[in-house]
Design a protein around this ligand. Sequence first.
Ligand code: GLU
Length: 424
Amino acid sequence: MSYIEPAPIKDSENPFESMMSRFEMASNTLGLDEEIYNVLKTPAKQVVVSLPITMDDGSIRVFEGYRVIHSNILGPSKGGVRFDMAVNLDEVKALAAWMTWKCAVVDIPYGGAKGGVKCNPREMSPGEIERLVRAYTLSMIEIFGPDRDIPAPDMGSGPREMAWMMDEFSRAQGTTTNAVVTGKPLVLGGSLGRVEATGRGVMVSALAAMEKLQINPYQATCAVQGFGNVGSYAALLLEERGLKVTAISDISGAYYNKEGINIADAIRYRDSHDGRLEGFEQAESIPQEDLLTLEVDVLVPAAMEDVINVENAEKIKAKLIVEGANGPTSAKADAIINKNGIMVAPDILANAGGVTVSYFEWVQNRLGYKWTGERVNRRSDRIMKDAFEKVYQTSLEYKVPMRISAYIVAIDKVAKTYKWRGGF
Ligand code: GLU
């Protein structure tokens, strides 16, 4: 075993470098063979496509689409497709690698992938989005497949987009193939519990961590950044388990109420106000960046990458950070958070509830059978709790923070599988 020279940690905006620096740290702690390190450090496949779309006004716009398969060592690759202006190849590469580690941490038989289209869906009509989703799917017809690569929702996509992907893929194959994509509407073979699955997994991870820290949920406060699918369900379920959610936020701003925000009301408000919290009156409006440094017990970043960084890490007062988003903490901020004794339930563990229920959806599609919501929740809660315990015990064993132990658990599994399968 030779020592792998870690890349210099920059507090960069580049999530791929952030991912790599943790991967290198964990590889060194684990004593990973350099050969396997080299296999895992680069994505297995990267596809970039140009998608010319006729807009409603008759003009043609060309969008750039990506799909990166980081690894298919554990099984068919799995991961969402993001529709956002910030999408770029480096980001998709990082997100694809995170999917590999995430699936390995929760021990489901998938490799990791991610896709994205650089666009602003908020400024596009449903018809334009539909044409873009169908064009993207067709351009990936050789890549996608229930035994090859299985897309799912991510930022800017949801059940509607998954329905179009499933339909376009099925048309091209000439057979209805619902197991090609997860996160579908229920009537198309979606799974009960999938919509709330990521937020639910965040809640399960938060409670498991609070038990270790001996924080009583009924006396705890919480701030949630991001009020999309992940943040809103995480907030709702944490509130249900006794926490007082004192702050929430979305792109319109941050909202604070020291008595606690009624999350069901906030969700109703968002749903009747164009998907935004703007003007939500049950809480006072505070600057976005203040949410992260509030005096709370639990902080849930559930929006986007690199929001916790060297600028604000020192000011964080929470005792526990539960990462609903992918890559919300920059690599350099890790050191500050660790120094200050803040526990982190890292992204590849805490937000793995979504892909876990995606796996259940795929299993149900292949069985031609439907599970009850109760069965889905029971099984996913168990997977999340077991994964948390494994990562926690590994952190004690190696005397490393939870983030690094999560990578250790994941890398160890993928490396062992690779050894058994062998290379060329
Ligand atoms: N996009 C989600 C994630 O980042 C879900 C992926 C999936 O279900 O395949 O975990």
